[in-house]
Design a protein. Structure first.
Length: 211
């Protein structure tokens, strides 16, 4: 009976020590499991937000993305604009066509049937003193004068400024739907990001850390 009792006491002490030894291990295992669950949940949320932001509606079909890309391309072309000889020749032809058309329209308007005395006097004076054929003969000269004005550096700078201003006005009026923009801005705000490139870099780095 004494040996049995002594054996039972040792067994109980051994079990108690074993349990005491296991408690920290169990606690650590539980903490690891909880941590892994949280990290997995965060990584899952990252992947969800990443997929949402890089969704086709914000990419290939995004008006904002296409607008930004086109603006960058067009703005570069505006800044690098070169008034080449071929462009001058083409523009000179267009200007000549416009000037000849204006001369013809002016002549047709004056020669319309006039009812008032003033109108008849203007018609008579025009036909007496204005030689439209002579004016047409000087159209190439007028066209070249316009080209020479456009070729001046200050004129080209003004044209670039006007083109850039109109481009920015177009950009301001061209946006994705409000719901798409709000959803995208909300995700960017969540990660304190302002653009897609920075967001993708942050999410990729954080996802690697979590893994």
């Amino acid at each position: 009976m004494k040996l049995s009792k002594k054996y039972t006491t040792k067994q109980l002490i051994g079990r108690a020590l074993f349990i005491l030894f296991l408690l920290p291990v169990i606690a650590f295992t539980g903490w690891c499991g909880y941590t892994i669950y949280n990290l997995s949940a965060e990584r899952s949320a990252l992947k969800k937000d990443f997929s949402e932001v890089n969704n086709i509606q914000y990419g290939l079909l995004s008006v904002d993305r296409w607008r930004d890309n086109l603006i960058e391309i067009v703005d570069t072309q505006i800044e690098e604009f070169d008034f080449s000889q071929d462009l001058q020749d083409s523009l000179r032809k267009e200007i000549s066509i416009i000037l000849n058309s204006m001369i013809k329209q002016g002549k047709d308007m004056v020669n319309e049937k006039q009812k008032s005395i003033g109108g008849k006097l203007k018609k008579f004076a025009f036909n007496t003193f204005v030689n439209t054929d002579k004016i047409k003969g000087r159209v190439p000269e007028f066209s070249q004068t316009i080209i020479d004005q456009i070729k001046k550096p200050q004129s080209q700078e003004r044209l670039k400024y006007i083109a850039h201003t109109k481009l920015m006005q177009f950009a301001a009026q061209t946006r994705d739907s409000l719901s798409h923009t709000t959803a995208l801005d909300s995700i960017f705000a969540k990660y304190k990001m302002t653009n897609l490139e920075a967001f993708n870099t942050l999410v990729s780095n954080r996802a690697a850390e979590l893994q």
